[in-house]
Design a protein around this ligand. Structure first.
Ligand SMILES: [Zn+2]
Length: 117
């Protein structure tokens, strides 16, 4: 990417923008936050889980995220955890694509409408 050839730079930036938009269009589900896998002790004093960490129950999946400025937690089923895992991965991908979109836009602006010295 050469600063001496703004047309080439602009064309390349537009190509990257197209690629970013196509990648975004392929994303379906989206969730923020983190998914934790936990093994838990139950309430029975006689249960093996009280002494033996390997005998704990689960796994239980806990989803934590920020909602309206507050940290919110909820438990989800293993089947839901599979879907959430993908949705959370998608969220990270979208954030990365948005940053790239912004960078390419800046490149395009500088190439197509450079500041006059
Ligand atoms: Zn137990």
């Amino acid at each position: 990417m050469s600063k001496r050839n703004p047309e080439k730079t602009a064309a390349l930036a537009r190509e990257h923008l197209t690629r970013i938009r196509h990648a975004l269009a392929e994303i379906d589900t989206l969730c923020s936050g983190t998914l934790l896998k936990r093994m838990m002790k139950c309430g029975k004093a006689s249960c093996r889980c009280q002494q033996d960490p390997a005998a704990r129950h689960g796994p239980y999946y806990e989803w934590g995220r920020m909602k309206a400025g507050k940290l919110v937690h909820r438990y989800v089923s293993p089947a839901q955890a599979v879907l959430l895992h993908q949705a959370i991965a998608n969220y990270r991908k979208v954030k990365k694509l948005l940053r790239a979109w912004e960078d390419e836009t800046e490149r395009l602006i500088d190439a197509e409408a450079p500041r006059k010295p």
